[in-house]
Design a protein around this ligand. Structure first.
Ligand SMILES: C[S@@+](CC[C@H](N)C(=O)[O-])C[C@H]1O[C@@H](n2cnc3c(N)ncnc32)[C@H](O)[C@@H]1O
Length: 422
């Protein structure tokens, strides 16, 4: 007999099991079609439930530990965590508890723990909502918290954790006419020209999506291209382009763009996005380290990195990763930067950026590049752009963006950006 389609909660628990138990990233699971049996609304709900649970897991575990004598198997623990977070965030107690007890009851291995799940969730429903807001802001996992405290100090890391717990609004970059689109979409025009939507419905149903008048892009992620300041007709290389938010900005500015990425699947997203927005670029699939085109007037190197700046919107990252592969990424970034510099015209500019909170993937890369390339300079004037706070400038002349910046506007992704000239 065919299995009934899973519901959103069941799929959210599946995501939690895979992220926490198997170290898989949610974006990879979704790209692999793991939620394809759900309709779009349930798929979005499953992701939202899993994300909310991961953001609140520290608090959920504190509440659950009061009612558990020993930790149950991970799958059951994840059911309890998801239920606790939903209940404490105002979920309907009857619906949440019944659905999750039913889910354990149908499980061949853990069906005998149905009574435990029922009892614990009922207790969580009673005392959870009251205690929830008194619990400390969830902390990052130790493997990431320790190096961040060493780099930025405990106070700033606490502020970042507050921003992570709040999650992220939806930011968009308009192709043109930011004020018009901010009003049309009921969004807020941010100081740097992005538009922030706090109450976003399904993105593809919003006005301007089908006509390609804007694309989704965090306000911080929109800054590297603003700092590169592309001019019409300039020959510009976007070296790690997919899924293409920055390629779209470069093409919209009228530059002659070559967009390259290693991943064929991700490069397809770039061509789809360009075609939706009525923009063009020369799209290539290949290894940045082997690209020998050019020379270019300007290069954007948005290098692969730990992505630790995006935890507000990807709270699975600290659970799926443990930092063990970051050394390889750091070496790749520095090799890419050295190669990219060989593709630049004399006097040309290169913007190096990473969506990372770790100085090894930002400030240190630029320091090392300048030390290893006589004549290479950091262009501090390039950071003089509308909405960029001079306090965000770093010692070596780059820009350090953190999730706790703009606390009254809803934060921004963590990023490091520097404009180099040779
Ligand atoms: C941070 S993402 C780029 C995001 C993109 N610039 C945007 O704004 O949408 C890094 C990209 O680097 C690509 N990448 C990783 N290794 C690469 C390599 N050796 N050559 C080219 N691209 C690579 C990844 O496939 C990924 O798409």
């Amino acid at each position: 007999m065919p299995q009934p389609a899973p519901n959103a909660r069941q799929s959210a628990v599946y995501l939690l099991d895979q992220v926490i138990g198997e170290g898989r990233l949610m974006s990879d699971l979704i790209a692999a079609g793991k939620l394809d049996r759900l309709d779009p609304a349930d798929r979005a709900r499953a992701q939202r439930l899993a994300n909310d649970t991961l953001r609140g897991i520290d608090r959920a575990d504190r509440l659950l530990n009061r009612h558990l004598r020993k930790p149950p198997p991970l799958h059951v623990f994840n059911i309890l965590r998801l239920g606790t977070v939903e209940l404490c965030m105002g979920g309907d107690a009857h619906g949440v508890v019944n659905d999750l007890v039913g889910l354990v009851g149908r499980n061949k291995r853990y069906g005998n723990l149905k009574g435990l799940v029922n009892a614990v969730l009922r207790k969580a429903a009673e005392d959870g909502a009251r205690s929830w807001n008194d619990l400390r802001i969830p902390r990052l996992r130790k493997w990431l918290r320790d190096p961040l405290v060493a780099a930025w100090g405990a106070g700033r890391v606490n502020a970042m954790e507050r921003a992570h717990f709040q999650g992220a609004p939806l930011d968009i970059t308009p192709k043109a006419d930011a004020a018009f689109w901010a009003e049309k979409l009921g969004g807020q025009l941010l100081p740097t020209g992005s538009i922030r939507l706090t109450d976003a419905a399904q993105v593809s149903t919003l006005p301007g999506f089908d006509t390609g008048d804007w694309w989704v892009q965090d306000a911080a992620a929109a800054l590297p291209v603003q700092i590169l300041a592309p001019q019409p007709g300039e020959k510009i290389l976007d070296l790690c382009a997919a899924p293409g938010g920055k390629t779209l900005q470069l093409a919209a500015a009228g530059a002659d763009v070559t967009a390259l990425d290693l991943s064929h699947r991700r490069m397809e997203r770039v061509t789809e996005n360009l075609s939706r927005c009525g923009l063009t670029a020369n799209c290539l699939t290949g290894d940045a380290l082997e690209h020998d085109g050019g020379p270019y007037d300007a290069i954007l190197l948005d290098a692969p990195c730990s992505a630790t700046g995006t935890i507000r919107r990807h709270p699975d990252l600290p659970f799926a990763k443990d930092g063990s592969e970051f050394g390889e990424l750091i070496a790749l970034q520095s090799a890419m930067l050295a190669h990219a510099l060989t593709l630049l015209k004399p006097g040309g500019r290169l913007v190096f950026c990473t969506c990372s909170l770790l100085p090894d993937e930002g400030e240190c890369q630029v320091d090392d590049a300048c030390a290893g390339h006589p004549g290479l300079t950091v262009d501090r004037d390039a950071l003089d752009r509308p909405g960029i706070d001079p306090d965000w400038t770093t010692e070596e002349g780059g820009l350090r963006l953190r999730p706790d910046h703009w606390p009254d506007l809803g934060g921004m992704d963590g990023f490091y950006i520097a404009c180099l000239r040779r």
